[in-house]
Design a protein around this ligand. Structure first.
Ligand SMILES: *[C@@H]1O[C@H](CO)[C@@H](O)[C@H](O)[C@H]1NC(C)=O
Ligand SMILES: *[C@@H]1O[C@H](CO)[C@@H](O)[C@H](O)[C@H]1NC(C)=O
Ligand SMILES: *[C@@H]1O[C@H](CO)[C@@H](O)[C@H](O)[C@H]1NC(C)=O
Ligand SMILES: *[C@@H]1O[C@H](CO)[C@@H](O)[C@H](O)[C@H]1NC(C)=O
Ligand SMILES: *[C@@H]1O[C@H](CO)[C@@H](O)[C@H](O)[C@H]1NC(C)=O
Ligand SMILES: *[C@@H]1O[C@H](CO)[C@@H](O)[C@H](O)[C@H]1NC(C)=O
Ligand SMILES: *[C@@H]1O[C@H](CO)[C@@H](O)[C@H](O)[C@H]1NC(C)=O
Length: 642
């Protein structure tokens, strides 16, 4: 009895002591510490890529508008469910009552011709007035009233399996398994969105990014730098491992089709993977804009004839040509891709979808894409479709024109498109070495050529990694650790696309030498004022400047205006007025009294002509009991107690 009371008393005392300690801690001074994170996305000796604020004041006015588009079309009379086309009897009965007569669909196909811009309707239609199993990949539906007037038109794309083709692919896959003995067979689905920089994704597609990072465990390549100007010239490196000029492709000879080149999907196909290729905006197709496209469909499921047919029918488009009836054009392609993944769940597949119309001309439209992509990713994840699939969600480049492109940050983000890779959860566990490399590579300099090498490694998956990667190799698989010594030059990035900043020691008579040192000292002393510790900490003065390094962008990037299909052998002009930039100074000083040694990065903005901190301050010698009079990690580092 007594012992029990004693124990309770002891516990009460302990709780009381903890409570008092908490109160004491709460009473100690509030710390105003800077909220900056790492100031570089890539931070190696030879490449420092600046980590700029997506909402930086210099571009705030250009990016604040978000355009949320809502399809204005009415509820359609027909909708899809797998291979079935259903009639929405509810709508038909309320809207048309007894007037509704029947519907008819016609198939849409490319026909037996070589022209990538041609499509045709099957001459004989199929008439129906209840749900129907569709036997064509692509259809146009019209519904009629009792006086044979058209009351409704719509388009639907299906994924229908072709048994003979599947048999052929099965044979190829067995052969691939025997010959190459891949340790895993992973499907690949690439979903590209035109002109979305990583920064614009952060600003305008936060739900999608969050879903990728938090739910899907995506690898985000933060140092992913484009290697050429526009869509075509960046997609070719991803899908062939070469520059356009190396295909070789002659820009002047636009009559040549693209069939003969070794696109990576051909390799997947010849190893037995079923393929899909889908793009929304047929006029600007990657391989069609000012080009001939493909004489033979490049994939088993090729969306183009359908895209052309829908695009050509003005009657079905609504909402500024972003929607077909009440469906987003983007959503139609995403659903098509989802159907593909669903139907081929048990056999290997490779899909490539690329969406242009919604995002190509507007950074603010990207906001309406957020819900579409995040829904799709949630959908395929919840259906278990990512368990055996590598999802690559990417862009080709950032916004290439408009007001933002004239700013320093606009120039940077044009060159830094988003790039995410999602592997199945079990894969990360089973291959820890590869996973570790993927994680390291998130903050290394990477390019479209690396994506190509990675796709190749996925196809011929060995599960192993090589230890000595040659830094001279232009493309490096992301399963390997990208060397810290990699420069833009190694990676095939021309100077005007290169976002790596270079570092140089400043001479003592450079105007910025003392300016940056003085800013740092002022900043430190200001912390004493802000935290009300001037009565207990000495004000600090310069003892000695150990070094000042300037980290800045190359001038070719800052002046670069534009090029067409520049790449390796084309003169480009640097005729634009140089844009204002920011510099980062890495300052190392020893301060008096106390001889505390500090290192910090400060940022100078050429436009506002003032400094800000670019990261945390490091204390590089021991401070022992020097700062016992204060609390909090920042003040402990800085204060020399009186
Ligand atoms: C892909 O196939 C082509 C031949 O079509 C071949 O030359 C190339 O080396 C293959 N690439 C890979 C990555 O296997
Ligand atoms: C896409 O699929 C989802 C569910 O799978 C459906 O809710 C949505 O309406 C479909 N969208 C289109 C445009 O077909
Ligand atoms: C996912 O795939 C792995 C490896 O193929 C398998 O072991 C596991 O059972 C699968 N999980 C689900 C939910 O299908
Ligand atoms: C920079 O500061 C040092 C020490 O305070 C001083 O000796 C030197 O003259 C200054 N240099 C310039 C260029 O202002
Ligand atoms: C600052 O500290 C002094 C002495 O410790 C104290 O008297 C004063 O109230 C404090 N002021 C603020 C604003 O916290
Ligand atoms: C580069 O261009 C020059 C002049 O137009 C030409 O002589 C040369 O052969 C080209 N080099 C390559 C590799 O295409
Ligand atoms: C830096 O410049 C901006 C804009 O000119 C100004 O609002 C701000 O007060 C300046 N900051 C400092 C620390 O001088």
């Amino acid at each position: 009895m007594k012992r029990k009371n004693y124990a309770i008393l002891m516990m009460l005392l302990i709780v009381l002591a903890m409570y008092m300690a908490t109160i004491k801690m709460m009473k100690t001074r509030v710390i105003h510490s800077p909220t900056v994170t790492s100031h570089f996305l890539v931070d190696t000796e030879v490449c420092r890529m600046p980590n700029v604020d997506p909402f930086d004041s210099s571009i705030k006015s250009l990016v604040k508008y978000k355009n949320f588009i809502k399809c204005r079309g009415v509820t359609p009379l027909t909708f899809q469910e797998g291979q079935i086309l259903r009639l929405n009897m509810g709508v038909i009965n309320t809207k048309y009552k007894r007037q509704f007569s029947y519907c008819e669909y016609h198939g849409i196909n490319r026909g037996n011709n070589m022209d990538d811009n041609k499509y045709q309707y099957t001459p004989h239609g199929t008439i129906f007035n209840k749900d129907i199993v569709v036997t064509e990949q692509f259809i146009r539906v019209k519904c009629y009233d009792k006086s044979h007037r058209v009351i409704y038109s719509n388009y639907h794309a299906f994924i229908l399996q072709q048994p003979t083709r599947l048999q052929q692919l099965k044979t190829r896959f067995s052969k691939h398994n025997e010959e190459n003995e891949p340790r895993e067979t992973l499907n690949v689905v690439m979903i590209g969105v035109d002109s979305v920089s990583r920064l614009n994704l952060i600003r305008n597609m936060p739900t999608t990014r969050d879903y990728l990072l938090r739910h899907l465990g995506a690898i985000e390549l933060q140092g992913y730098n484009k290697v050429a100007d526009n869509t075509f010239v960046n997609i070719v490196p991803i899908t062939t491992g070469r520059f356009v000029e190396e295909l070789p492709w002659d820009e002047q000879k636009r009559g040549e089709p693209m069939d003969k080149y070794n696109f990576i999907w051909k390799n997947f196909s010849s190893c037995g993977y079923t393929t899909l290729y889908a793009e929304d905006y047929p006029q600007t197709g990657i391989f069609n804009y000012l080009k001939r496209g493909f004489h033979v469909p490049p994939a088993d499921h090729y969306y183009r004839p359908f895209a052309l047919a829908v695009d050509g029918d003005k009657s079905v488009w609504t909402t500024d040509h972003h929607c077909v009836g009440d469906r987003f054009e983007t959503d139609m392609i995403l659903n098509y891709t989802t159907e593909f993944m669903k139907l081929y769940n048990r056999v290997p597949y490779f899909g490539f979808s690329f969406l242009t119309r919604l995002t190509h001309d507007s950074i603010s439209n990207t906001a309406s894409a957020d819900i579409l992509y995040s829904n799709m990713f949630r959908d395929i994840h919840n259906q278990g479709l990512l368990n055996n699939t590598v999802l690559i969600f990417f862009s080709d480049h950032g916004m290439r024109f408009g007001a933002i492109r004239k700013t320093y940050i606009g120039k940077l983000e044009e060159r830094l498109p988003m790039m995410f890779l999602v592997f199945p959860k079990w894969f990360y566990k089973k291959y820890p070495q590869i996973t570790q490399n993927l994680k390291i590579n998130q903050n290394r300099l990477t390019t479209p050529f690396d994506i190509y090498e990675t796709l190749e490694d996925i196809l011929y998956f060995t599960g192993g990694v090589t230890d000595d990667i040659d830094v001279q190799q232009r493309g490096i698989s992301l399963f390997e650790e990208i060397p810290v010594s990699r420069t833009c030059d190694h990676a095939g990035i021309l100077p005007h696309w290169c976002t790596c900043m270079s570092q140089q020691e400043l001479s003592t008579n450079d105007q910025f030498y003392n300016m940056s040192v003085n800013y740092l000292i002022d900043y430190i002393n200001q912390q004493f004022v802000l935290n009300n510790v001037t009565d207990i900490c000495w004000p600090l003065k310069l003892g000695r400047t150990k070094s000042v390094h300037i980290i800045k962008n190359n001038d070719k990037l800052l002046k670069f205006k534009q090029s067409l299909n520049d790449v390796i052998n084309r003169t480009v002009s640097y005729n634009e007025k140089r844009v204002h930039s920011t510099y980062i100074f890495q300052v190392a000083v020893s301060l008096m009294p106390g001889s505390g040694e500090f290192e910090a990065a400060v940022r100078y903005d050429e436009t506002s002509r003032n400094f800000t901190m670019a990261g945390d301050i490091s204390r590089i010698n021991k401070y022992g009991h020097d700062s016992d009079c204060v609390h909090g990690s920042l003040l402990r580092k800085l204060c020399y107690c009186k």
